[in-house]
Ligand binder design. Structure first.
Ligand code: PSU
Ligand code: MN
Length: 292
């Protein structure tokens, strides 16, 4: 039965990659190419990429090209968080892993480092209706370090930072003193500690992940040359939010709907920046894994 299989092709030192960013977060027509860029960045840093997803109900760590093509070409691929992962396995469905399910499956495969773009968090408007990503709870439960450029301010960044604090998840700045805002390097939100050297960071993470059963957020700001000025970004975002496709989307579809519209409104500049920051995270994660 598919619900009992688990494919683990991870090769140490391994860096996990998620499939939601490829299937739901960025344009599908270039997803294979984008995945290849992340993989070569990790290889150049001295580690091995392990792309994670669910193929016909089978959680697969270290997906091959053919499996990725299957997900990219499938009509429906569930966006999996920790709530619907088991159901997709039970039913033999295809699924793309978000941060929450990537850390769960990476931990099971023995991988301790994961590179992504942005983590999920606390959505704005949580005072009226809480929409809080399962990513945060998962980071509190699984011993994996996630290298991320923070989160987009489609989320409430300050509330997200506070919740990570409440959950006791360390937030470490890699060559930064602040928790970055995805397309922008700077915010006024603090990190718990700063590391400038990948080797020393790897030593700390080895220790921290062994000491504890929870994860660590490693914040790596977008490369300065790829930053998008706050004001431009805000304009695209407010336009996107007024569109019916975004206003009518709910729950798990909310983030992909906004992302698709800002990618269109920005003429692809948000796509370019997103890939640049994710590649930088792949490199940093590769350096950490290679030094652990
Ligand atoms: N942020 C992005 N791009 C993405 C995601 C977040 O800029 O593709 C994805 C990640 O997979 C993240 C997920 O784990 O969205 C969070 O979704 P939700 O808010 O439904 O938990
Ligand atoms: Mn949500």
């Amino acid at each position: 039965m598919p619900s009992h299989s688990f494919v683990n092709r991870a090769k140490s030192p391994a860096v996990a990659l998620e499939t939601t960013i490829l299937v739901h977060g960025l344009p599908k027509d270039s997803a294979l190419e984008t995945a290849a860029l992340f993989e070569s960045d990790i290889a150049n840093a001295g580690a091995n990429a392990a792309l994670i997803g669910v193929v016909s109900g089978v959680p697969t760590v270290g997906m091959n090209r053919q499996e990725l093509e299957t997900l990219i070409n499938a009509d429906t691929v569930a966006k999996l968080n920790t709530a619907n992962l088991g159901y997709a396995m039970h039913k033999g469905l295809h699924g793309a892993t978000t941060v929450s399910t990537t850390v769960e499956l990476a931990e099971r495969a023995g991988i301790r480092v994961f590179a992504t773009g942005g983590i999920g968090g606390v959505h704005t408007g949580y005072d009226k209706r809480p929409d809080i990503s399962a990513d945060l709870g998962a980071l509190a439960r699984h011993r994996v370090a996630v290298v991320t450029s923070g989160c987009k301010n489609i989320l409430d960044l300050a509330a997200t930072r506070e919740l990570l604090e409440s959950l006791g998840v360390p937030v470490i700045g890699y060559q930064t003193d602040v928790f970055p805002a995805f397309y922008q390097r700077e915010t006024d939100l603090p990190v718990d500690a700063r590391f400038d050297d990948a080797k020393e960071l790897a030593d700390y993470l080895s220790f921290e992940l062994t000491r504890n059963a929870r994860g660590v957020v490693v914040a790596n700001p977008i490369p300065a040359t790829s930053e998008i000025p706050q004001q431009e970004w805000e304009e695209w975002l407010s336009k996107a939010r007024s569109l019916p496709s975004v206003m009518e989307s709910k729950g798990r579809d909310a983030t992909p709907a906004v992302l698709a519209e800002v990618h269109r409104l920005s003429d692809g500049r948000t796509i370019e920046a997103n890939i640049a920051l994710a590649r930088s995270n792949a490199t940093v994660a590769g350096l950490i894994a290679a030094n652990m």
